[in-house]
Design a protein around this ligand. Structure first.
Ligand SMILES: NC(=O)c1ccc[n+]([C@@H]2O[C@H](COP(=O)([O-])OP(=O)(O)OC[C@H]3O[C@@H](n4cnc5c(N)ncnc54)[C@H](OP(=O)(O)O)[C@@H]3O)[C@@H](O)[C@H]2O)c1
Length: 327
């Protein structure tokens, strides 16, 4: 068995690489020349680096040489223009599938990391399930859904699609903002902060991805990969504040004020040429009543539970941020 992992140097991909290496699975990683390797330095002596981009079919063809399994984790989560999401999450995925198809007799399984955003907003009483009609509300979600469709409709080998909700854990720069806000005692409460949310701790997601490489019951299926706990932004912030042993003052940000804030942040991002997760693309996701999914299929069919509680996941994340002086 030999796995090609795309997106290996990113937040989620680096944890998948940790899991693959911990299990002694031979792995090749697809990296671009400018890809930052800080999270995966420790593994570089034992993995093969294959230079390429998911935008370049020829490089993907070469990268697939002698691999038997693919985990496609590369993706675009923030962008300056809608088309940037589609270029990576849709067309890039289409390329990875096309390259795998050229070696369909050699490649046994293709695991694709998608997103809850490709599904639909949902509340605890009616959580998103895999067979629901998809209803993405953002350009990111639409591009992830188009990527899924490229896998479902064109992939000649067995495939598995994983849909994580918001992912948190060591090495994540997005949740870090929330930790920093708590440290500054100021907590923006978007729409009251009561949006119902599913989460997954990054190490649980990584284990699920590696499990799906070989689990016989996973073939051809889509799974929501999430902790069974349902949270709100307030509960998460309160947990962080409790663990940091600090206090916070709420900064209410009503939904009506959200659009101008997203508009302003997008203007700043465009001027600085640095995409930010807070943008007009994200506005529709932020104003949804909830993003809750049901991980029941994963439990019932693969006997897999994302067991890390919010409390222990936050503790591990906080410890990592402090140890690495991110906080
Ligand atoms: N983080 C979350 O909360 C979350 C939630 C649900 C789903 N996901 C999905 O999880 C996956 C990983 O996300 P992440 O949070 O780990 O993001 P990330 O840290 O930004 O990592 C993205 C990875 O994709 C790679 N990539 C982007 N464009 C590429 C290209 N053209 N060719 C080759 N590699 C390319 C990046 O490589 P470079 O370093 O070279 O740019 C990087 O390794 C994505 O598919 C995302 O949609 C994430």
């Amino acid at each position: 068995m030999k796995v090609l992992l795309t997106g290996a140097n990113g937040f989620v991909g680096s944890h998948i690489l940790d899991s693959l290496c911990a299990q002694g699975i031979a792995t090749a990683v697809l990296l671009r020349p400018a890809s930052n390797r800080r999270f995966i330095e420790i593994h570089l002596p034992q993995v093969e680096v294959r230079n390429g981009s998911i935008g370049d079919l020829a490089s993907l063809g070469a990268a697939m040489q002698d691999v038997t399994h693919v985990i496609h984790c590369a993706g675009c989560t923030k962008a300056l223009r809608a088309q940037d999401f589609h270029e990576v999450n849709h067309h890039g995925t289409h390329n990875v599938v096309a390259a795998a198809n050229q070696r369909s007799e050699q490649i046994k399984r293709f695991v694709h990391i998608s997103s809850l955003a490709a599904g639909r907003p949902a509340l605890p009483g009616d959580p998103a399930r895999e067979d629901d009609p998809p209803g993405p509300v953002s350009e990111y979600g639409r591009s992830k859904l188009a990527g899924e469709q490229a896998v479902r409709n064109s992939c000649k080998t067995e495939h598995v699609i994983l849909r994580p909700p918001a992912v948190y854990g060591p090495r994540d720069g997005e949740f870090l903002r929330l930790f920093k806000a708590v440290r500054a005692h100021l907590l923006p409460r978007i729409g009251g902060g009561r949006q119902a949310l599913s989460f997954v701790f990054v190490k649980d997601l990584a284990e699920a991805a590696v499990t799906c490489l070989t689990h016989p019951a996973a073939a051809g299926k889509t799974f929501y990969v999430a902790s069974p706990e349902i949270q709100t932004a307030i509960a998460v912030a309160d947990e962080i504040a409790a663990q940091m042993k600090t206090w916070t003052v709420s900064l209410p940000l009503p939904i009506a004020a959200l659009w101008p804030v997203c508009f302003l942040q997008e203007a700043v991002s465009r001027l600085s040429r640095k995409p930010n997760v807070l943008s007009l693309q994200k506005y529709a996701e932020l104003r949804a009543a909830g993003w809750v999914c049901d991980p029941g299929r994963l439990r019932q069919e693969l006997d897999f539970v994302c067991a890390t509680t919010l409390r222990s996941g936050i503790a591990e994340t906080l410890a990592w941020y402090r140890q690495h002086e991110w906080l």
